[in-house]
Design a protein around this ligand. Structure first.
Ligand code: GLC
Length: 391
């Protein structure tokens, strides 16, 4: 396995493709996931572009193994992910199984990265339990402690929202919402350098856990929504009133960020780019549903597309339907938005499900795809495209 010193980002890739015959989505997902499973007990997002364990990807993979009836792999995926947690509850966003030195020069630590990602383990644990899979107590406890770290130790804005310590923590690496931090305007190579530099200003606990970043003091609406929702999901499994109270308070603070003119929730931070209309911002619908936000997901003038919601609204000057995090459909976001619509009883749930299945099929299970044509972008095949089986 080649040594990678920095986290990979989705460069367009020609290579192994899992053909998806009509009606053969499930078979294609089984073939892909089986080839992406590693003996260490986890699934890689892609065999060469993303050859390690990533936090939120693994939570989605656990859901997929559960759907495919492989309980052992579903549980192992989560157990291995959470085994890297520190004493404060911090869960690293990348784990370099089998080659602990691989990212050391970049992160300044061995074995894993030094920042986190959306805590989807709350939903994954709850979903496994709903499917009557036995989740070991240690996994449940670690999931609670991971959420506890974000809720109790992370720096907050004056309005009570949780800040991220780095753009990568949101999972939405090159979102136009971060453009305010890219001097001279967004350009991929320049922003990559900025992301490298932003690691230096992260303030850490003694354990190394990232607590704040004064140079990137931003409370992403999407990230906060996922913290609150995962806490509520986990609370369906553990009896923890404080978790529910903290999540509810966060959801209320988040909903105060609703901008009726732009039909989006906005980030709390120093730059106007935090108001760009993106699909991930509408994840707040998981905890504070609004019919207008669901309608926006299918509006063809804005986010709506035949293959799912565009990542960035078409009316934004930054919209590019084929560029990494600038406008393509992301399957993991579409899955989550579909869950939000389903829970709220909004009919857009059916449109989102249809778009996700069409995009996963047409793109050959790509990392992301064009909202109008379904043309593949990034790594192909990418494990999380399998989420199309779950809607
Ligand atoms: C990209 C994505 C990130 C994901 C990773 C592995 O960096 O932006 O969200 O976790 O790839 O799939």
């Amino acid at each position: 396995m080649g040594r990678v010193t920095v986290p990979a980002e989705g460069d367009p890739l020609e290579g192994e493709r899992v053909p998806v015959a009509a009606g053969g989505l499930r078979e294609a997902v089984v073939a892909m996931l089986s080839s992406h499973w590693r003996d260490g007990g986890y699934t890689v997002p892609h065999s060469s572009v993303y050859p390690w364990q990533w936090l939120w990807d693994s939570c989605f993979h656990a859901l997929l193994w559960a759907e495919l009836g492989d309980e052992d792999r579903a549980v192992a995926e989560l157990a291995n992910l959470l085994a890297g947690q520190d004493e404060l509850g911090f869960v690293p966003h990348m784990t370099y199984h089998g080659d602990p030195g691989a990212g050391a020069a970049f992160w300044g630590r061995t074995g894993s990265s030094s920042i986190t990602q959306p805590p989807l383990y709350g939903h994954a644990v709850a979903e496994l339990v709903r499917r009557r899979i036995t989740v070991p107590e240690v996994v449940v406890d670690r999931a609670a402690s991971g959420l506890g770290f974000l809720l109790a130790h992370r720096a907050r804005t004056v309005d009570g929202l949780i800040t991220v310590a780095h753009p990568w923590e949101t999972g939405c690496d090159d979102s136009p919402r971060w453009d305010g931090w890219c001097p001279g305007g967004y350009e991929p190579a320049r922003f990559r350098q900025v992301k490298g530099e932003l690691l230096a200003t992260v303030e850490r606990a003694e354990s190394g856990a990232p607590l704040a970043n004064p140079a990137f003091a931003v409370a992403s609406a999407g990230f906060n929504a996922l913290v609150a929702w995962n806490a509520l999901e986990l609370a369906t499994v553990v009896d923890d009133e404080r978790l529910v109270a903290a999540a509810t308070e966060l959801a209320e603070a988040l909903d105060r960020r609703w901008d009726p003119d732009r039909v989006t929730w906005t980030d709390d931070g120093p730059h106007a780019s935090g108001r760009v209309r993106t699909a991930d911002a509408l994840l707040v619908g998981l905890v504070a549903p609004r019919p207008e936000a669901f309608t926006a997901l299918a509006d063809p003038r804005g986010l709506g597309g035949a293959y799912g919601p565009a990542g960035t609204d078409r009316r934004e000057p930054t919209h590019d339907p084929d560029a990494y995090w600038r406008g393509p459909v992301w399957p993991q976001l579409t899955y989550l938005l579909q869950r939000a619509a389903l829970a709220a009883g909004d009919p857009v749930a059916a449109t989102l499900a249809e778009g996700l299945r069409a995009g996963a099929t047409t793109s050959g299970l790509a990392e992301y795809w064009n909202p109008d044509t379904g043309a593949a972008g990034g790594a192909v095949p990418q494990s999380w495209a399998g989420l199309a089986l779950l809607v």
